[in-house]
Design a protein around this ligand. Structure first.
Ligand code: HPA
Length: 280
């Protein structure tokens, strides 16, 4: 079996994840990690505000692809926070980078195989709710997977993993959602609509997402959430609004502006993340 997840011939991504988890344990000398945090656009800068940890190049581990999106680093950082081993992904691979859904969720599967029972997924997004200000964090209550992809595209996962027909009710942990809202009752909850990207949505697609009950649009998170939930981890989704979604304001969408807003919002995002991790 090839050690590349972009290959259509991979039938057991779970054993590749177990192999990568063992490499991570060897490198960090930590037999297990407890929490995985995927830092998306606007959140990766939060890592600079974290204590130093053990850094490892993502693509030095079996099955990992190096992220290519701006602001996404090819780095995993292992830190001990309040007696817990927390693993940060300082970047992620998106479906639009072309490696396929297995590569997108491989860091998540590796983290859960390494022992993580909690997976925190952060991202930058466009807001369909014009009353949610740019720069504001939003807790994910649910998602609509409009990517056309699944993290379980092949046969049934091997034992001990559950069947691929995984129920997604309460995909985003009610316990963790309540915990964040107890830290900051002002934070709204929303439904994230995951698009394939990399192009932004058309105004018609944004109107569709709104009609379907979506509040946010983005290009990540949904596959990772499904993969983590399938393996039994609790999932928390945190979005950062970097713009109002296409067609809902007179201001045209501009990718550079999205990245600039994400950077400026880093301190607030980092603070929310720090308080959330301390309260887990
Ligand atoms: N759409 C999709 N992804 C995004 C957006 C958006 O408007 N803003 C930041 N990431």
């Amino acid at each position: 079996m090839p050690d590349r997840l972009s290959s259509v011939h991979v039938t057991d991504p779970f054993s590749l994840a177990a192999k990568a988890a063992q490499q991570l344990a060897n490198f960090t000398k930590k037999p297990h990690h407890d929490v995985y945090v995927a830092l998306g656009s606007g959140w990766a800068a939060a890592a600079d505000l974290l204590p130093r940890g053990q850094d490892i190049a993502m693509d030095s581990l079996t099955g990992f692809a190096a992220p290519t999106a701006i602001g996404h680093r090819n780095t995993l950082r292992s830190l001990e926070l309040k007696g817990r081993n927390v693993l940060f992904g300082l970047g992620r691979v998106h479906l639009y980078e072309g490696h396929g859904p297995l590569a997108v969720v491989h860091p998540i599967r590796t983290a859960v195989a390494a022992g993580c029972r909690i997976v925190v997924l952060t991202n930058a997004c466009g807001s369909i709710r014009t009353d949610w200000p740019v720069g504001a964090p939003v807790v994910l209550a649910d998602h609509i997977n409009f990517t056309g992809a699944s993290p379980m595209p092949g046969g049934n996962p091997p034992p001990p993993w559950p069947s691929r027909f995984v129920p997604l009710t309460d995909l985003y942990s009610p316990r963790l959602r309540a915990l964040v809202r107890s830290l900051d009752p002002e934070i709204p909850e929303g439904v994230y609509v995951g698009f394939h990207g990399p192009e932004f949505e058309t105004p018609a697609e944004v109107r569709m997402a709104r009609a379907w009950g979506g509040d946010l649009v983005g290009m990540s998170t949904v596959l990772e959430a499904i993969a983590a939930h399938h393996m039994g981890a609790e999932v928390l989704g945190l979005s950062l609004v970097t713009n109002i979604a296409a067609g809902l304001t007179d201001t045209p969408l501009d990718a550079d502006h999205v990245i600039e807003v994400a950077g400026k919002s880093a301190p607030r995002a980092a603070d929310l993340l720090r308080r959330t991790l301390a309260a887990l």
